[in-house]
Design a protein around this ligand. Structure first.
Ligand code: ADP
Length: 467
């Protein structure tokens, strides 16, 4: 691992996640162990005090029945037998004489004179001179006025608690380190797909446009992100390829007429054929220029329609009339080609749309249907209203389209290979789709080679967008 990589580790999400999780782990473990410690320590304290109270009960009974002598005798006996638990037993006589004290030898460091003759059962806490031990003492006044005091050091329970603390230290500290390391490894592994996305973006930035994120088929969110990211890249690649293709096609379509114009003009300049010939060349140039302008204007219209900036002059119009009017324009061409042209539209079909744009759409579809249908064929345009849609279909018995051709016919400047001889710019269907979409509708094609094609436009009702 390089130094730069190690330096960048603290900035990674993986590291920060691991630190956060270790922090939470440390906090929750501390709280749990703290509570456990308090519980254990309070339980031990209660058990110690209970033992002192019991001892007090026994010794007080002895004192009451036989006085100090009886108590001292019993204590000496028990000590001799070694059966007693270590307790401090102190009796302060009522006359202020020297108190009777019996205490294990190792508890000698306490200044017992500082023990108050406190009211019954009140606890007095005494630290030894080196302040390393603590003595808990309870006092009870006897009927003769003497004060009986029983005490016990906390050393036993201190030892237990110290062992408890030691164990916690030995367990928790390594556990914390382990959880931090485990957290880093887990977070590092979990964020692997994110790093792969970053690497992919870097590769694309460096020019490898075909770089993709490797997917692991785990079905988790990051896998999904990777797949979506790849899908997006594929879509962008397709769009870029499409744009590149369109640009190439435009360049190609511009080059031919421009070369023609240039050739004609050069020829006219070089010859001495006179002004009439030059005028003829100029007229041809004007015609070519008109065609080029049509091409460029149509391309711009398509772009505007696709990007939503095309101005639509919306009005309520009778679709049946519009269909009839458009069909009328093509009757003559159809007749010449011996193609029957039929219209099926109920008289009252209303919709809100841009009249001239919609006419352009219908004209383009009809034009194609007649153009790509052999003599003797049949073309039919129909309009009908479905519950929530207005449907227009243009059907022909023409050459039809191959499945491979079908998605491409909508591309700008696409022209089927065998139709190169027919007139056209390859923009008719691009205009159809862009205008229909600008109206909020959709257009689709179904076709079979040798059988014919059907183009279907669907406008959602009640109204077309913007109405
Ligand atoms: P153009 O008609 O100027 O070539 P279009 O954009 O209108 O351009 O159509 C693109 C291509 O789609 C055509 O070149 C042709 O190959 C195909 N096409 C369009 N309409 C039909 C149709 N009705 N029948 C068969 N092929 C069609």
């Amino acid at each position: 691992m390089s130094f730069a990589l190690i330096k960048s580790v603290p900035r990674t999400i993986g590291f920060r996640l691991a630190v956060w999780s270790a922090g939470f782990f440390a906090a929750s473990t501390s709280v749990s162990f703290g509570l456990a410690y308090l519980l254990v320590s309070s339980a031990l304290e209660q058990s110690d005090r209970e033992a002192i109270r019991l001892e007090m009960g026994e010794r007080a009974t002895l004192y009451r029945t036989g006085g100090l002598s009886r108590l001292a005798e019993e204590l000496a006996l028990q000590e001799g037998e070694g059966t007693t638990e270590p307790f401090l037993v102190r009796v302060v006589p009522p006359d202020g004489a020297t108190p009777f004290v019996m205490t294990p030898a190792r508890w000698k460091g306490f200044d017992l004179d500082r023990l108050s003759l406190a009211p019954p059962l009140e606890w007095t806490i005494l630290r030894d001179r080196r302040r390393s031990k603590t003595l808990e003492v309870t006092s009870l006044r006897m009927p003769d006025g003497a004060v009986l005091q029983i005490g016990k050091t906390t050393e036993d329970r201190d030892e237990v608690l110290e062992r408890f603390r030691g164990t916690v230290g030995r367990v928790v500290v390594p556990l914390l380190g382990f959880s931090l390391a485990g957290g880093i490894v887990l977070a590092f592994r979990a964020l692997g797909p994110v790093r792969q996305i970053i690497q992919t973006v870097r590769a694309i930035e460096a020019g490898a446009m075909d770089a993709r994120v490797p997917t692991r088929r785990t079905g988790d969110e990051l896998d999904e992100l990777g797949r979506l990211f790849n899908g997006m890249l594929d879509r962008i690649s397709t769009l870029i390829a499409g744009m590149r293709g369109a640009l190439d096609a435009v360049a190609h379509d511009l080059r031919t007429p421009l070369t023609r114009m240039r050739g004609g003009a050069e020829l006219a300049l070089g010859s001495d054929a006179g002004p009439d010939a030059a005028r003829q060349v100029l007229a041809e140039c004007v015609e070519e220029c008109d065609q080029l302008l049509t091409l460029l204007n149509t391309l711009m219209d398509i772009s505007e329609a696709e990007t939503g900036v095309l101005m639509l002059r919306l009005e309520k119009l009778n679709l049946s009339t519009l269909v009839e009017d458009t069909v009328d324009l093509y009757r003559h061409v159809a007749q010449e080609k011996r193609i029957t042209l039929a219209v099926a539209a109920p008289p009252e079909l209303w919709l809100v749309a841009d009249r001239s744009r919609l006419r352009q759409v219908l004209a383009n579809l009809l034009d194609n249907a007649i153009k790509y249908t052999d003599p003797g064929g049949h073309v039919e345009i129909a309009a009908l209203q479905e519950p929530s849609t207005l449907v227009i279909t243009v059907r022909d018995t023409g050459t039809g389209l191959t499945p491979a051709e079908m998605p491409r016919i909508w591309d700008r400047l696409y022209r089927g290979d065998q139709r190169r001889s027919a007139r056209g710019l390859g923009l008719g269907l691009s205009v159809v789709r862009a205008v229909v979409r600008a109206h909020g509708g959709e257009v689709a094609v179904s076709s079979a080679v040798g059988v014919g094609s059907t183009f279907t436009i669907r406008f959602p009702l009640p109204a077309i967008r913007g109405a």
